[in-house]
Design a protein around this ligand. Structure first.
Ligand SMILES: *[C@@H]1O[C@H](CO)[C@@H](O)[C@H](O)[C@H]1NC(C)=O
Ligand SMILES: *[C@@H]1O[C@H](CO)[C@@H](O)[C@H](O)[C@H]1NC(C)=O
Ligand SMILES: *[C@@H]1O[C@H](CO)[C@@H](O)[C@H](O)[C@H]1NC(C)=O
Ligand SMILES: *[C@@H]1O[C@H](CO)[C@@H](O)[C@H](O)[C@H]1NC(C)=O
Ligand SMILES: *[C@@H]1O[C@H](CO)[C@@H](O)[C@H](O)[C@H]1NC(C)=O
Ligand SMILES: *[C@@H]1O[C@H](CO)[C@@H](O)[C@H](O)[C@H]1NC(C)=O
Ligand SMILES: *[C@@H]1O[C@H](CO)[C@@H](O)[C@H](O)[C@H]1NC(C)=O
Ligand SMILES: *[C@@H]1O[C@H](CO)[C@@H](O)[C@H](O)[C@H]1NC(C)=O
Length: 603
């Protein structure tokens, strides 16, 4: 090797003496040439500038890991056969216009990890065959219009880890064959929608580590060929507008390590070709039922490391190709078979890292424990105590019917509850149920409406039904439904409210904290609807306030008159006594003094 390079060095110096810088068979000083492979390797040779004297038939030139500062105009002209040029890991801060001119066969250009701040328009002119360009790990601030104009063959552009704050609207003009773009870790504050819309062949777009907080409607336009969109590590992203992905036909979508609190169902809906969806590491708490059904071809859903508490029944309904669910490291206590369209197609399930309650709801998983792949991570029971910490593969077929069991829901106190009250009374109906898992309690009114936890008629957290200020039209039967995975039970109670004669005060102010019914169901059953009272609560408040105000203003006017009168007379009178007739009926007027008279002090 040493001998060879000495020989080469000899050849090279002779050539130099003849004034030839580029010629067949030459090799620059300090470089290693492999003529058979047509490679020139000058990596890590402490070069301060691009050397001269490359063999004109070189195919690959490696100048990486040197201390090159600038690349001059037409620096590589003559290397007509060069296919790959590596200038990465230098300290290049300046590339002159037409620097790569003449490299008509160049397919790969690496400029990674340099100190480029600006790319003058025309830097890349002449690179019409280039397929791959790596500009990552520089300090580029903007991409100007027409920067990549002549790069008609470019397929991959790595532009990540720069200080990009702006991409001009026509920056990507001419990149008609670009398929893959990587814009990781830039300082962009919004999606460069307009610039991206020039990339009509783009199939993959990757944007990791950005500080954008919203994906607005129509964020990606005219990207008809885009199939894969990767958004990850945007800690501020908490909003995805419902039309943010409109116009895209994706097969792979990753929106991970962001701040989404819900699955963006509306934004995903039109992605009927999607087969891979990764929403991991977002603070999502629930996968709701029947909202992903439009994603007909979905095969994989990753929602690892999120905050999932529940996967509702029907969550994956309609997804007949669904084969992988990754919900490792969440807060799920169970995963019911009813969430799936058909568990027969499920092949991989990551359910480890969840506080699983091993009862009848997970029996379907443990029954399939040999067929189903857990990707090397066995689910583990957290409760009940008898099976705590046991892995699913440890259970023998024999013990399953004994361990993975549930007790159906059962209403405990079945005594009939028939209540007859006068209008305005508050009534409680208890419904205590028992079962394993603990049953959910639902109350249903005689009109078949589910009663909510808010409003005048509501369900308290302990399952008790509360009817406040009972109205005649609240009369009827109410049904308490207690249910869990193993079974349902119910209880019916009756309420009969007796109307009062019209002359009694309304009950609205009788108890503190009463607010107007907020939900529709309660509103329908409240007093205004059915009972023709002479006045309602609002009128009462307004009348009272107005009465009080008019009283106050008459007092004030009197007072002013008296003040001027006393001043004009020159007499000094320090007090004035004002008589009035209290309006006891509305209760607002009598506050000023006792016995219809009060005394004011004049200043
Ligand atoms: C880009 O963001 C990084 C990290 O947030 C910061 O250090 C750098 O100064 C920013 N650059 C510009 C040009 O704003
Ligand atoms: C994520 O969202 C929560 C509120 O939903 C907010 O408190 C938090 O600051 C957000 N995180 C970031 C990094 O913006
Ligand atoms: C959407 O993408 C799929 C998969 O690549 C393709 O088969 C389908 O034709 C595309 N649909 C449209 C409207 O482009
Ligand atoms: C599930 O997600 C975890 C965490 O993101 C990941 O490490 C693992 O490879 C995923 N498993 C599968 C089968 O995709
Ligand atoms: C349910 O809670 C309410 C108020 O919090 C209480 O008055 C009632 O007694 C409770 N009922 C039962 C059955 O515990
Ligand atoms: C309990 O009721 C729910 C809703 O009405 C129903 O879907 C479910 O099948 C019932 N479960 C059993 C075990 O009867
Ligand atoms: C209001 O009705 C009661 C009967 O409930 C009656 O005794 C009373 O006289 C009535 N008062 C007025 C002012 O009509
Ligand atoms: C309330 O009444 C309106 C009509 O007055 C009806 O359309 C609506 O469905 C009712 N809502 C409930 C919860 O009963």
């Amino acid at each position: 090797m040493f001998v060879e390079s000495v020989v080469r060095w000899g050849v090279w110096s002779i050539l130099l003496q003849f004034g030839l810088s580029v010629s067949a068979g030459s090799c620059p000083q300090r470089c290693m040439c492999r003529p058979e492979a047509r490679q020139v390797i000058c990596s890590g040779k402490y070069l301060n500038s691009v050397p001269e004297g490359f063999s004109s038939d070189a195919r690959r030139l490696d100048l990486s890991r040197n201390r090159i500062k600038t690349v001059g105009r037409r620096q590589f002209s003559g290397l007509l056969q060069l296919q790959e040029l590596d200038l990465s890991d230098n300290i290049i801060s300046m590339i002159e216009v037409e620097a790569f001119w003449g490299l008509q066969s160049l397919r790969t250009l690496r400029l990674k990890n340099n100190r480029l701040k600006i790319l003058p328009v025309g830097v890349f002119s002449g690179l019409s065959s280039l397929r791959f360009l790596d500009l990552s790990q520089n300090e580029i601030l903007v991409f100007l219009d027409y920067t990549f104009k002549e790069m008609v063959s470019l397929q991959t552009l790595e532009a990540g880890e720069n200080d990009l704050v702006f991409i001009s609207q026509r920056a990507f003009f001419g990149l008609q064959n670009l398929q893959e773009l990587n814009l990781d870790r830039s300082n962009l504050t919004s999606i460069p929608t307009e610039a991206l819309s020039q990339l009509q062949s783009l199939t993959q777009l990757r944007m990791l580590r950005l500080t954008i907080s919203t994906l607005p409607n129509n964020a990606f336009r005219r990207l008809h060929r885009l199939r894969s969109l990767l958004i990850s590590n945007w800690p501020a992203l908490d909003t995805m507008a419902s039309n943010s992905l409109i116009g895209l036909n994706l097969t792979t979508l990753v929106i991970s390590k962001c701040n989404l609190t819900a699955v963006p169902y509306a934004a995903l809906r039109h992605l009927v070709y999607l087969h891979f969806l990764d929403l991991s590491n977002n603070p999502i708490t629930v996968i709701q039922g029947n909202l992903l059904g439009d994603l007909l071809r979905l095969q994989e859903l990753h929602l690892a490391g999120a905050s999932l508490l529940r996967v509702e029944p029907g969550a994956f309904k309609g997804l007949s190709f669904f084969r992988l669910l990754n919900v490792t490291s969440n807060q799920l206590t169970t995963l019911e078979e009813s969430a799936f369209h058909s568990v027969g197609n499920l092949q991989v399930l990551r359910l480890d890292g969840n506080p699983l309650a091993c009862d009848c709801r997970l029996l379907w998983v443990v029954r399939r424990r040999l067929r189903l792949s857990f990707d090397g991570h066995q689910p583990t029971c957290s409760s009940p105590d008898v099976v705590r910490q046991r892995e699913f593969r440890d259970f023998s077929e024999k013990e399953l019917p004994r361990l993975f069991t549930c007790r159906p829901a059962r209403v405990m106190d079945r005594r009939p509850q028939e209540v007859r009250v006068e209008e305005g009374t508050t009534v409680l109906f208890s419904c205590k149920a028992d079962g394993d898992p603990f049953p959910a309690i639902t109350w249903i009114s005689s009109h078949k409406n589910v009663i909510s936890p808010t409003g005048r008629i509501r369900v308290l957290p302990n399952g008790t039904l509360e009817v406040r200020f009972a109205q005649v039209q609240d009369s009827g039967t109410y049904q308490c439904l207690a249910g869990n995975a193993a079974g349902n039970d119910s209880l019916t109670v009756g309420l009969y409210v007796k109307g009062l004669p019209r002359n009694r005060t309304m009950p609205f102010f009788a108890e503190e904290g009463w607010v107007e019914p907020s939900n529709a169901q309660a509103a329908n059953s409240s007093a205004q609807m059915a009972k023709p009272y002479p006045f309602d609560a609002k009128t009462l408040v307004i009348a009272t306030t107005m009465g009080f105000l008019s009283f106050l203003s008459s007092v004030a006017i009197c007072f002013v008159f008296m003040f001027f009168w006393s001043q004009s007379k020159g007499q000094i009178k320090h007090t004035a006594t004002i008589d009035f007739v209290p309006r006891s009926s509305v209760g607002g007027g009598g506050d000023g003094g006792d016995g219809g008279r009060f005394t004011m002090k004049l200043i």
